[in-house]
Design a protein around this ligand. Structure first.
Ligand code: ADP
Length: 463
């Protein structure tokens, strides 16, 4: 198999070499280099690289111009852009213009490598020619490859461009996912194929769970590799059942505490200090009970899988979410507006999870906006995507905190102690957006406000 070719474009020679020598060559990629956008365009047309990594800011043709120019000729060619520190706004433009990913200097070479691998997998181009093979290894014959695939523990299916199974290994055959003619009979696998997803879950009739990875081949066919994750799923379920049962059981003592707080108030007149102590105790109990709600929510969200996907009208969902938060906004005198373009195409997704994701973003916007502020939600279509933007005039997020915002349990230092919450919100939001093959990013200025944009692919007509 030919080496995957990566074109590295940067006007600074040292940067080109870092990417080539630390990220690409040691991992088996062939490297092409260009020192400006014009040269890159020429090389892209002549040598047809499988991926481009380009700096954004270069004299002459910028990385963004290069991206647009190469996409006119080869729309699916993955382009990863690298920006100078502090130019996050350009980075957002890059994603919207169709960049596969973007990095802000200084970046972690391992993360760049992972991004290259991911982008190549998605585009269906060859990964690096087999990992550099050992010098003493005999050449791999087609018979050896076939034998390895046949005896693998994972199920492997080869599908042609019409999604018909043309070959499967022994493990796959035992799963009965296709008829004798090769037609896919598993509804979950059929749904993954129809939605052209590269990852998903398949639940068998006997309750077993399989994690599926699908890779596009050059001829439009696909390879599906399925791994039985039932044991892991059961463990995960046992863990979240345990958390849910604790959350559930903690409600009883909380109700008792609330009851006695109420009795204190009724037992006789309280002085101002006592009333204040009671108010604080009640607020703490309320906070604890909303954390328990979040834990129970998590459990609920974890139990869904792709079989529950449906055609979703996003603007309708957004409206339902916004309306549900009106009382909360009104309590803080925050103006809450909702605007949606008409005739938006539907999204194929999990309605409950999408609702949870949107609710979280709107709830955060209200929570992190002081009284008398403004929160607005705008929904529109752009190309093959629906975009939902949730903007607020709130406390904002520092540039330093922004890259970590979607990590589990992350909370900026400055916010500690002032606001309650379990810090699972944005982590779950990102997970849900990822599951739907979407993107999410934030633009924010400290003390001025934040804008979260969610980009979801519109439902494709079945081909
Ligand atoms: P939680 O709100 O429970 O802390 P999240 O995961 O929803 O957890 O959010 C993580 C952190 O991101 C929050 O603690 C907050 O600091 C910040 N954040 C989220 N949304 C906003 C927003 N709209 N404005 C300012 N900060 C925000």
């Amino acid at each position: 198999m030919a080496l995957a070719k990566v074109l590295v474009v940067d006007d600074v020679a040292h940067m080109r070499e870092v990417v080539a020598d630390y990220v690409l060559r040691p991992n088996g990629y062939a490297v092409l280099m260009a020192e400006n956008g014009e040269q890159a365009l020429e090389i892209a047309q002549r040598d047809r690289p499988d991926l481009i990594i380009s700096d954004i800011k270069m004299p002459g043709l910028s990385g963004l111009d290069l991206l647009r120019a190469v996409h006119r000729d080869r729309p699916g060619l993955p382009v990863i852009l690298i920006t100078a520190e502090g130019s996050e706004v350009i980075a957002q433009q890059a994603l919207r213009a169709g960049a596969a990913d973007y990095f802000i200097k200084p970046f972690d070479p391992d993360e760049l490598l992972q991004s290259v691998e991911r982008a190549l997998r998605r585009s269906g181009a060859a990964a690096p020619a087999s990992a550099p093979s050992f010098p003493q290894a005999p050449a791999l014959t087609p018979e050896t490859c076939l034998h390895v695939l046949t005896v693998m523990d994972d199920a492997v299916l080869l599908l042609d461009h019409t999604d018909r199974v043309i070959w499967q290994n022994t493990v796959a055959a035992a799963l009965n996912l296709a008829s004798e003619t090769g037609a896919v009979t598993s509804p979950d696998l059929a749904a993954l194929l129809a939605r052209r997803l590269d990852r998903g879950e398949i639940v068998l009739d006997d309750g077993r769970s399989l994690e599926a990875h699908l890779t596009l081949l050059h001829d439009g066919g696909r390879v599906a590799v399925l791994r039985d994750v039932s044991v892991l799923k059961r463990l995960e379920l046992a863990k979240s059942d345990f958390v849910a049962s604790i959350a559930h059981n903690l409600r009883t003592p909380l109700t008792t505490i609330l009851g006695y707080i109420g009795l204190l108030e009724r037992a006789g007149p309280l002085n101002a200090a006592q009333a204040e102590h009671i108010r604080r105790a009640r607020a703490a109990v309320d906070e604890m009970s909303s954390m328990l709600d979040e834990l129970l929510n998590l459990k609920q969200l974890e139990s869904g899988h792709t079989a529950q996907y449906a055609v979703v009208d996003i603007s309708q969902l957004v409206t339902q979410v916004v309306e549900a938060f009106r009382p909360q906004a009104a309590a803080k005198s925050i103006s809450l507006t909702n605007a949606a373009a008409s005739d938006l195409p539907p999204v194929f997704g999990h309605p409950t999870r999408l609702r949870h994701m949107l609710s979280n973003l709107v709830e955060n916007a209200i929570k992190y906006t002081p009284n008398n502020g403004a929160v607005s939600v705008v929904t529109y279509a752009q190309g093959e995507f629906i975009l939902v933007q949730i903007s607020d005039s709130g406390i904002g997020i520092t540039p330093a905190d922004q890259p970590y915002l979607f990590d589990e349990l992350f909370r900026p230092e400055a916010v500690h102690g002032t606001y309650g919450g379990l810090r699972l919100g944005l982590f779950l939001v990102k997970r849900i957006v990822d599951e739907h093959n979407g993107r999410i990013w934030v633009e924010s200025r400290l003390h001025e406000g934040s804008r979260f944009t969610v980009m979801l692919p519109v439902m494709r007509a079945k081909t």
